[in-house]
Design a binder for this molecule. Structure first.
Ligand code: UDP
Ligand code: MG
Length: 144
């Protein structure tokens, strides 16, 4: 149940530049099904909570400023081996090190403003999904 889902956010830089459609197209083309999605904005307290594992890092203040500077698109994605496969699809944290064809290589501008988030474990995928969505907002299965 949990192993086939991951959580993503299209970050403010990607939304601002008009990349929502292009990035979602790549996500679907890679075999991920979108089972929850919304455009929203993180509060400062929300961004601090979401990224609390990084609170001692030197970039934490900038990260919170950036993640609250504009709207994001949050989504839950389903696919076999979702967490690992999605990390491959988005590429390395620093777009300069990201492989050709990855979302960060194509759409990120810097290690800070790097276009997209992907959960790093099944456990964090659950925590991050629950942070943004209630069970009622998640649409799994076939409807036709
Ligand atoms: N980040 C940054 N500077 C760094 C490392 C990370 O600004 O040196 C930001 C970047 O937006 C990154 C986020 O902090 O996506 C979380 O960092 P993490 O190491 O978890 O990278 P990710 O899992 O997003 O690849
Ligand atoms: Mg991370």
């Amino acid at each position: 149940m949990t192993t086939n889902r991951t959580f993503t956010m299209l970050k403010p830089d990607a939304v601002d530049k008009g990349y929502i459609g292009a990035i979602l197209k790549k996500i679907n083309a890679a075999g991920f099904k979108i089972v929850a999605m919304k455009m929203t904005r993180l509060t400062r307290a929300g961004a601090e909570e979401f990224y609390k594992i990084h609170k001692e890092r030197p970039f934490f203040g900038e990260l919170v400023d950036y993640m609250t500077c504009g709207p994001i698109v949050a989504a839950i994605l389903e696919k076999d081996n979702a967490v690992e496969d999605f990390r491959v699809l988005i590429g390395a944290t620093d777009p300069a090190e990201a492989a050709e064809g990855t979302i960060r290589k194509l759409y990120a501008e810097s290690i800070g403003n790097n276009a997209i988030h992907g959960s790093d474990s099944n456990e964090n995928s659950e925590i991050e999904s629950a942070f943004h969505f209630s069970g009622r907002e998640v649409f799994s299965g076939n409807f036709f």
